[in-house]
Design a protein around this ligand. Structure first.
Ligand code: ADP
Length: 296
């Protein structure tokens, strides 16, 4: 089993000709209200890729409708807390080039109490994986409890902020970072060559398996002496929202199924390439059959 302690957001998605500029009032051509949040997206990506995942999250009581896609994909939702607080939500602009800009309000995602987290982790199946992103509070406590329980710890430090640097990253087994996150953690410019970012991270976190995603430039993988690179699929991106989440979910589902790392990277890249070709977050996360077809 994989447990995902993850954000659940309501995404308000606006299609705009360009990202709004300071002082500008911009009409949106389209509006949709959908399930979002890195945590929920990653659970969805995991389950649609065939993984077994239990989501641990908090959501405002009136927003339970948003869980429908997770339920349909087979995510275990028994430990979701429906609470009397505003749900986390995001205001997302998507422009004609597929670029996005996001305002995020954490709401219920930041209401975890340490004893609650510890109780959840205490009842996790032995040998399971705990997946974390940076949209919920309580990460340090969760990491400590997971390590004590002997769980495999996978972390995606997104969105990156100051607090990530203070987490015990060396206790993670697997770290998923994009270019910006890698640069921030390595203390290098975002324009640095990917190999330099990876080596700087490897020096800081020698025991951690690193997966560095590079958008249209593909992915670099590092585990001890092993280095792998995979080019991205050449596709026309219409909306890159949830590309990284889709990659992570598909990678972890393949790993859970016992696939070798190259296969995990290949399936994850194919899933993420499908994701960027469709608008939205949850609706663009592919099912295993679509990934099979893309790789056939
Ligand atoms: P994030 O969404 O976290 O910023 P990336 O931008 O690195 O993450 O994208 C994650 C993965 O999604 C990439 O490694 C790649 O496999 C895929 N991807 C992202 N953008 C594109 C693109 N324009 N074309 C093809 N694949 C893409």
């Amino acid at each position: 089993m994989l447990y995902n302690l993850g954000s659940i957001n309501i995404d308000h998605v606006y299609r705009v000709p360009h990202l709004v500029r300071p002082g500008e009032t911009l009409a949106s051509r389209d509006y949709q209200r959908v399930l979002g949040g890195k945590g929920a997206n990653q659970s969805l990506a995991l389950a649609r890729a065939g993984g077994r995942v239990t989501h641990w999250g908090r959501l405002g009581r009136s927003d339970a409708w948003a869980l429908a896609p997770l339920e349909e994909a087979g995510v275990a939702l028994g430990d979701i807390a429906l609470v009397d607080a505003p749900s986390g939500h995001a205001l997302i602009q998507v422009d004609d080039d597929g670029e996005n800009a996001i305002i995020l309000y954490p709401g219920a995602n930041h209401g975890f109490a340490t004893p609650t987290l510890e109780a959840l982790i205490a009842k996790a199946e032995a040998g399971a994986t705990l997946l974390l992103q940076n949209e919920c509070n309580g990460l340090a406590a969760a990491m400590a409890a997971a390590k004590q329980r002997g769980l495999t710890l996978a972390f995606n430090p997104a969105p990156m902020d100051q607090a990530v640097g203070e987490l015990p990253l060396e206790s993670c087994d697997l770290l998923f970072v994009n270019r910006g996150e890698a640069a921030a953690l390595a203390g290098l410019a975002e324009t640095s060559p990917a190999s330099a970012l990876l080596e700087a991270l490897a020096e800081r976190l020698p025991e951690v398996t690193l997966v560095l995603t590079l958008g249209a430039d593909g992915v670099h993988y590092r585990h001890q002496e092993t280095r792998l690179r995979l080019a991205a699929h050449r596709v026309e991106a219409v909306d890159t929202t949830a590309a990284g989440d889709t990659f992570i979910g598909a990678f972890l589902a393949a790993r859970q199924a016992g696939a070798d790392i190259e296969t995990c990277l290949r399936r994850a890249s194919a899933a993420a390439a499908l994701c960027v070709q469709a608008p939205g977050a949850a609706p663009s996360i592919p099912w295993a059959e679509a990934v099979d077809a893309a790789l056939a």
